[in-house]
Design a protein around this ligand. Structure first.
Ligand SMILES: O=C(O)[C@@H](O)[C@H](O)[C@H](O)CO
Ligand SMILES: [Mg+2]
Length: 382
């Protein structure tokens, strides 16, 4: 079999889909994207795909190594997201060739389903309470919320109290046992992160996420001394080599590699294995589209330490588009009591609605990250 062609589709709300074609008529789909950088990743995929035209799609490990190692410069969000989408599409082709879901080819599933969580939107305590209640009423047993907007290095306790009020409203709305993930998006610096971690403990959150930026990960040591809340991190880490230090340091409890940023199925499967050896849980990051989610579920299926899966259904910043819009069999993600079943169809397990993708690609998008500034005019982390 040979790879004959590829196409990229930039579709709303802010995604990029890749279709790889073969001379046997089999096609594979991948999702190579970083939010706000779709054009740049697209150019990178185009450059990487030059090598793959005419190659056998089955040799995924060799292609991964070629695309990663032989460019001299390696890693980072752009190259690794491009590689991730290509890797997903190659696995999709392989699965379809053997008429088996990808997890079957990676050793078989060690679970039937995985717990999922969705984002809740809202800024005011009353809004987040209502949003949380609707997620719980829909049968979910976990949710994730925004911890806070940007905090300066040293900031007012008024902002701390606002966070506590919002989390209290959610806890009140959903009762004692719904999991609450609190995402700080690295918008907090060490001094305030310590305080927040300590004060949030009363609400028994499922985890706090990116309490500081990945590049400040040595701060986790001090933050962890102030709380027993599990610490989650990893959506902005791009390979095994990025994850090795945080695992070695020992202050992270849950890693969140993104199947569309951290080297795809091939690489995240390896990262999951590394984490397992450190007794660290896996919760793949996925605020993206259906292909990324399907790839996540394949890795969740075969990773003993996978605990929960993020998904973008109803997510506030994907307004106007839903991941189900792009697939023909809408019931492929089969939810029951807060769990989603591992898809069993060949390849990634989903059927892309290509006509719809083509129509949406005509609309396209030019999604860019917002610019936030502190009161004094200085740039805030987004
Ligand atoms: O954990 C998450 O889903 C978030 O941190 C998103 O990745 C972030 O808002 C960028 O889209
Ligand atoms: Mg996050």
């Amino acid at each position: 079999m040979k790879i004959t062609n590829f196409e990229l589709f930039q579709v709303p709300p802010r995604w990029l889909f890749l279709k790889i074609e073969t001379d046997e008529g089999l096609v594979g789909w991948g999702e190579p994207v970083v939010e706000g950088r779709a054009h740049t990743v697209k150019a990178c995929v185009e450059e990487l795909m030059e090598y793959l035209i005419g190659k056998d799609p089955m040799n995924i490990e060799d292609h991964w190594n070629k695309l990663y190692r032989s460019g001299f410069y390696r890693g980072g969000p752009i190259l690794m997201s491009a590689l991730s989408g290509i890797d997903q599409a190659l696995w999709d082709i392989k699965g379809k060739f053997f008429n088996a879901p990808v997890h079957q080819l990676m050793g078989g599933a060690c679970r039937d389903s995985i717990k999922v969580y969705s984002w809740i939107g809202g800024d005011r305590p009353s809004d987040v309470g209502v949003a949380a209640k609707s997620i719980a009423d829909a049968g979910f047993t976990a949710l994730k919320m925004n911890g806070t907007e940007e905090l300066q290095y040293i900031d007012s306790f008024e902002k701390v109290d606002q966070v506590l009020e919002r989390v209290a409203a959610v806890r009140d709305a959903v009762g004692e046992y719904i999991g609450i993930g609190i995402d700080f998006h690295g918008r907090v610096h060490k001094p305030m992160a310590k305080i927040l971690a300590k004060e949030l403990e009363q609400f028994r959150p499922m985890f706090i996420e990116e309490p500081v930026l990945t590049e400040n990960m040595e701060a986790l040591k001090e933050i962890a001394q102030h709380t027993a809340i599990p610490i989650a991190m990893g959506e902005r880490m791009y390979s095994r080599w990025d994850f090795k230090n945080i695992l070695n340091d020992g202050y992270v409890d849950i890693i969140q590699p993104d199947l569309s940023h951290a080297g795809g199925i091939t690489e995240v499967k390896k990262i999951a294995g590394m984490a397992e050896a450190y007794d660290v849980a896996l919760a793949p990051h996925c605020p993206l589209g259906p292909i990324a989610l399907a790839a996540c579920l394949q890795v969740d299926a075969t990773s003993h330490n996978a605990v929960i899966q993020e998904q973008s259904l109803g997510i506030h910043y994907n307004k106007g588009s839903d991941l189900l819009d792009y697939i023909t069999d809408k019931s492929v993600f089969d939810y029951k009591e807060g769990y989603v079943a591992i898809p069993k169809a060949p390849g990634l397990g989903i059927e892309i609605d290509e006509d719809y993708v083509r129509r949406q690609a005509k609309i396209g998008h030019n999604w860019k990250s917002p610019v936030w500034r502190h009161k004094d005019g200085s740039i805030a982390e987004w």
